[in-house]
Design a protein around this ligand. Structure first.
Ligand code: SAM
Length: 266
């Protein structure tokens, strides 16, 4: 058995014994035991592609001299936070595990040392934004305002499926009126019955979760999500774009897609 497969099994076994409402504090143990099979020690190439390809949708990261604010819930080792900061955003990474936040801070300190700098600054004119990290539970933390950009990669799939409606509600309430949420949908094509984390997702899942944030999607007798055509709620998010990344941590495996969401009244 490969090391990655063994780590994935250990992760799944660990969470199979923990009730849904206690799972956020159970990640620390995985970090301490270095059971972090998702960690590729670099930003996700799919996020780089998203920032380059969807410039128009995302708009500039600095407007009238003011930097836009970005959030990554469940930021893990913090690589994507440094990437967003290098694109000019003031970026905040939040993770429930203190060890994750310590890893982020030491990565940031190392990156501040010119010798190991690997994140390009987008342009001399705007320079890099700030990178900040906080240990907090995404569902309980009192954030200071909303965010212009939110990014989810392997956070939704890390949560127990029954928490998904709360995730959608929280995302939509933290997204600024004209903000953009980027989701890397992963793992596609993994049935929910296979367990997790990572728990399987689908394009229809995101669609239904965001249409009426806080409401559980309706499923058929096989557990497949039914699109029942209910109207958008006032805090609903609509999908603006979706594509398969050319390069990503899982490119070519049919396991991920990138989608972009904004408030439906925008
Ligand atoms: C699968 S990892 C993904 C990390 C990161 N997004 C990446 O791509 O490397 C999921 C992360 O979410 C964090 N997490 C889980 N539940 C959380 C919660 N309720 N609030 C904040 N972070 C949470 C875990 O500690 C873990 O670092």
């Amino acid at each position: 058995m490969s090391n990655a497969v063994a780590l994935r099994e250990k992760l799944q076994q660990h969470f199979s014994k923990i009730p849904a409402n206690e799972q956020s504090s159970a990640w620390e143990q995985m970090w301490q035991q270095k059971v972090t099979p998702w960690d590729r020690s670099k930003p996700n190439p799919a996020l780089i592609e998203a920032l380059k390809k969807e410039k128009k949708l995302l708009g500039p990261s600095v407007v009238d001299g003011k930097r836009k604010k970005a959030l990554i819930p469940g930021c893990g080792g913090g690589y994507d936070i440094l990437l967003l900061a290098s694109y000019g955003y003031d970026a905040l990474g939040v993770d429930a595990a203190l060890s994750a936040i310590e890893a982020c801070r030491s990565l940031h300190n190392a990156e501040n040392n010119a010798e190991v700098k690997q994140y390009p600054v987008k342009s001399e004119d705007i320079g890099a934004g700030s990178a900040d990290f906080q240990q907090a539970d995404f569902f309980k933390h009192e954030f200071a305002g909303q965010f212009d950009l939110i990014y989810d990669y392997t956070f939704l799939c890390a949560l127990p499926p029954e928490i998904r409606p709360s995730w959608a509600k929280r995302m939509s309430s933290l997204l600024a009126p004209d903000g953009v949420l980027i989701c890397i949908e992963f793992p596609l094509k993994k049935p929910l019955s296979a367990g997790g984390p990572p728990h399987g997702v689908s394009a229809a899942l995101y669609y239904e979760l965001f249409k009426t944030p806080g409401v559980d999607p309706i499923r058929d007798e096989n557990g497949e999500i039914l699109s029942i055509g209910r109207p958008y709620a006032t805090d609903g998010l609509k999908r603006e774009a979706r594509w398969i990344p050319e390069e990503s941590h899982h490119a070519g495996q049919g396991m991920d897609a990138v989608s972009f969401w904004r408030h439906c009244n925008q």
